[in-house]
Design a protein around this ligand. Structure first.
Ligand SMILES: *[C@@H]1O[C@H](CO)[C@@H](O)[C@H](O)[C@H]1NC(C)=O
Ligand SMILES: *[C@@H]1O[C@H](CO)[C@@H](O)[C@H](O)[C@H]1NC(C)=O
Length: 474
């Protein structure tokens, strides 16, 4: 009796599997005769931000049709935390490898993944012909994906976090061979889910090699480990860039910073913090590093109370580094707000394009290293009299125009406002704002100044006259 029951069960499972794969095949777009010959997923959990590197060897097994895109799948939770997805096509062998960047866009194709998945499509620069294979390298970044557990720790405790993912690659395609590596910052790994074969070597856990995974396979895993890297979260950053055609670019940045790690519990003892720095407040941080352009000048750093002098500036020929130190160390859940300001030489950033218009070439994102910016606003204040501004940013941002006024302004300055959520270091790339400018406006400021001075004299003279006449009459 038992053997026959077993055969029945196996048959049912096989039938189910067959139906499942049939269903998933039906919903795939027609050109997807694609399968993944080998997939390697490397998850870097050493910092506060999760970075995942995929190496996919992709084959087109269709009989006749070319493939123009390769789809990547993300769970709905991942999509909420996804800051950026980048893909390149790797060419050549080992040392002579070159990488061709490929466009990635959100796809509206439906999947048959059990709990729903969102697809992103990597657009190939040349169609993948039947029988051909390519290698894709993908990087995606997840923010706010490490959950501190315990959620509250005292000053003397280390910070432990949870990370959830899948042992196998979530993919709409058949995956022939796959391995996942998870890299952690220290040897202290409290626990990790086993999905055999699973092994650990020092700070790294390896899942796989798994073979022959059906499309949309997902095997949940949970790792619990120590991560004391500074969880610096910029809740809000407003960067104001003021361009003056008299030779200067003035940048002012307002930061609202939070320690996004496990909340601090109990009282803070500065004595313990200072006497046992290695174990006390291990997850707290007391300084931050900002990477600024070379040739930066007039740097200041202040908070609500006033200027803070504990900052160090190193000026280099390729970049400058500003190390800033808030007035108190930051523990989990603590906030601080501060402002950084600096000037830059205009000729390094302002250029003339072929059509005679001008453009400013700046860096997007946040100069603070290893931070996530929840809410970034960049305001580019163009010189008075600038017209038809056109921002060019290599990814989607919210854009609008406003007018700002400063002293000596007559008509106000056109200001380009760019906004983006969930910004990470990978967003620190050049962007441009093109605009038209009539040089006659260069005279507006001095004219205003001269008229102001004249007006002042006239007023003085009038006053003196008035004064005299009063003197005479009395
Ligand atoms: C802060 O420092 C900057 C630059 O060193 C200076 O221009 C500014 O006047 C200072 N502000 C105060 C309130 O000391
Ligand atoms: C903007 O500046 C960067 C270097 O800071 C440079 O690589 C890039 O080519 C420039 N872009 C344009 C359009 O000039």
């Amino acid at each position: 009796m038992p053997p026959s029951f077993q055969t029945l069960a196996t048959a049912t499972v096989l039938l189910l599997l067959f139906t499942a794969s049939a269903v998933s095949c039906a919903s795939l777009p027609p050109e997807d005769g694609i399968r993944i010959v080998s997939a390697e997923k490397r998850i870097d959990l050493t910092g506060p931000i999760v970075k995942v590197y995929l190496t996919l060897k992709v084959e087109n097994v269709a009989a006749a049709s070319d493939a123009y895109q390769v789809l990547l799948a993300f769970t709905p939770t991942e999509v909420q935390h996804l800051a950026i997805v980048k893909a390149t096509r790797a060419e050549g062998k080992r040392k002579k490898k070159t990488y061709v960047p490929l466009a990635v866009e959100a796809s509206d194709l439906a999947t048959s993944a059990p709990n729903g998945a969102n697809l992103y499509s990597v657009l190939l620069d040349a169609p993948l012909k039947p029988g051909e294979t390519i290698t894709l390298e993908v990087l995606y970044v997840l923010t706010h994906s490490l959950e501190p557990f315990p959620a509250e720790i005292s000053q003397s405790e280390s910070q432990l976090v949870y990370y959830r993912d899948s042992a196998v690659l979530l993919s709409p395609y058949h995956v022939l061979e796959q391995v996942t590596y998870i890299k952690m910052p220290s040897n202290r790994i409290e626990s990790f889910t086993r999905v055999d074969p699973t092994s650990r070597a020092g700070t790294e856990v390896k899942y796989g090699t798994y073979s022959n995974q059906a499309p949309n396979s997902y095997l949940p895993i949970l790792v619990h480990y120590e991560n004391n890297r500074p969880f610096a979260v910029v809740e809000e950053l407003v960067r104001k860039v003021e361009i003056s055609h008299w030779g200067n670019v003035q940048i002012t940045e307002h930061y609202k910073l939070r320690h996004g790690g496990a909340r601090h519990k109990g009282v803070f003892s500065r004595l313990e913090y200072q006497s046992r720095p290695s174990i006390s407040g291990a997850s707290s941080f007391k300084n931050l590093l900002a990477r600024l352009p070379p040739r930066v000048h007039s740097v200041y750093y202040r908070d609500e109370i006033g200027n803070i002098s504990t900052s160090h500036l190193r000026i280099g020929s390729h970049k400058s580094e500003l190390e800033i130190e808030p007035r108190y160390p930051l523990f989990g859940g603590w906030h601080c707000t501060f402002t950084i300001g600096y000037g830059l030489p205009l000729q390094d950033f302002l250029f003339e394009s072929d059509d005679g218009r001008r453009f400013i070439n700046l860096t997007f994102g946040c100069p603070l290293l290893d931070t996530v910016v929840d809410d970034l606003t960049i305001k580019v204040v163009l010189p008075e009299g600038s017209k038809n501004p056109q921002p060019i940013v290599p990814f989607a941002t919210e854009k609008h125009l406003e007018t700002s006024y400063s002293y000596l302004d007559v008509v106000g300055r056109t200001t380009v406002v760019l906004k983006k959520n969930n910004v990470v270091g990978e967003h620190n790339v050049p962007f441009q704002v093109h605009y038209e400018f009539n040089p006659i406006f260069m005279l507006a400021e001095p004219m205003m100044l001269i008229s102001a001075v004249l007006l002042f004299f006239v007023a003085c003279i009038a006053y003196l006259h008035m004064d005299l006449s009063i003197g005479k009459s009395s």
